[in-house]
Design a protein around this ligand. Structure first.
Ligand SMILES: [Fe+2]
Ligand SMILES: [Fe+2]
Length: 300
């Protein structure tokens, strides 16, 4: 098994906090006139929030489409911004990435047999994270071949009682955003379903790729998609005729979003924060202290 040395020293807040950023797409547009591209500035803002906000994570997962073209320069820019992170970073490949360039920028990732970038991390407090590689070069949608299915089955079989979180780029579900969806019975989806069915130690599956937040179930397991750091896919659930442009919205500048998965040793809860400017309307000050204390009184 390939392991990435990523176990946090200790959970800071009585729980392990796993941040997930996905679909950063660095390198979509060139930097122009000394101004960095939109995607890099959205990434910078999201990372700043993680580093300077109240909920510093113990781990950060980048769940694929880290770059837009899989090129060395975009990976290098991303890795440079993450170089001083006080927590381990777990990168996964998406369909826009290149395995070779990901490894060059993030040498902590060691390819497994067959060259796949899948690995297991002990996250702390008994939680195991299995990161999957769903890339097939040249394909937009996901992939999960027999070799990867065998690898995942072995990983699950070696710790059948360990609470496990699976993170992968491609959601193996139909979300209703027609132009982004897979067909429901694609072979890779059926294969993944077969491996995961009945694996009750899997607490959740978290994905990216869709650039939109959803929650559903897959093989009986809760499944979430974290929205992108790059611009979002518009929420339009109408069927699309691929041959007839209807001027619908496709991509929007809705704010970048990241997820924070909180594991307290018993349950996994996922929070999502949009990174934009906002006003604070109330603070825990002397005036509001009685209200807060009253809420605690109910718990006694
Ligand atoms: Fe993407
Ligand atoms: Fe993708």
């Amino acid at each position: 098994m390939t392991m990435v040395a990523a176990t946090p020293a200790f959970p800071r807040l009585g729980a392990v906090l796993i941040a997930q950023m996905t679909d950063i797409h660095v390198g979509f547009a060139p930097d122009e006139d000394g101004r960095e591209e939109l995607n890099l500035s959205r990434f910078r803002a999201t990372l700043k929030r993680l580093l300077e906000g109240p909920n510093r994570p113990d781990l950060l997962v980048l769940s694929g489409d880290i770059t837009d073209h899989g090129d060395a320069a975009s990976f290098a820019k991303t890795a440079a911004l993450l170089a001083d992170c006080p927590f381990p970073v777990l990168p996964l490949v998406g369909n826009h990435d290149s395995r070779e360039e990901l490894i060059r920028a993030f040498p902590q990732v060691v390819p497994a047999e067959g060259g796949f970038l899948h690995y297991v991390v002990e996250a702390g407090m008994g939680l195991r994270i299995i990161c999957l590689d769903t890339l097939e070069d040249g394909r937009h949608g996901g992939a999960f071949c027999e070799a990867r299915a065998a690898w995942l089955a072995d990983r699950l079989a070696e710790a059948p009682d360990a609470p496990t979180l699976i993170i992968m780029h491609h959601p193996p579900v139909v979300a209703g955003i027609d132009w982004m969806d897979p067909a429901p019975q694609e072979p890779w989806i059926v294969r993944l379903h077969e491996v995961l069915e009945g694996q009750s130690q899997v607490q959740a599956i978290h994905c990216g790729h869709l650039h939109r937040q959803i929650t559903t179930r897959f093989a009986g397991i809760p499944l979430g998609v974290t929205p992108s750091v790059a611009p979002l896919v518009a929420m339009d659930l109408n069927p699309i005729d691929k041959d007839v442009p209807d001027n619908r919205e496709l991509i929007t500048t809705e704010p970048p979003t990241y997820a924070l998965h909180r594991w307290d040793g018993e349950s996994l809860v996922s929070h999502y924060e949009r990174v934009s400017d906002w006003d604070v309307l109330a603070r825990f000050n002397a005036g509001l202290q009685p209200m807060i204390a009253g809420m605690f009184a109910e718990r006694e």
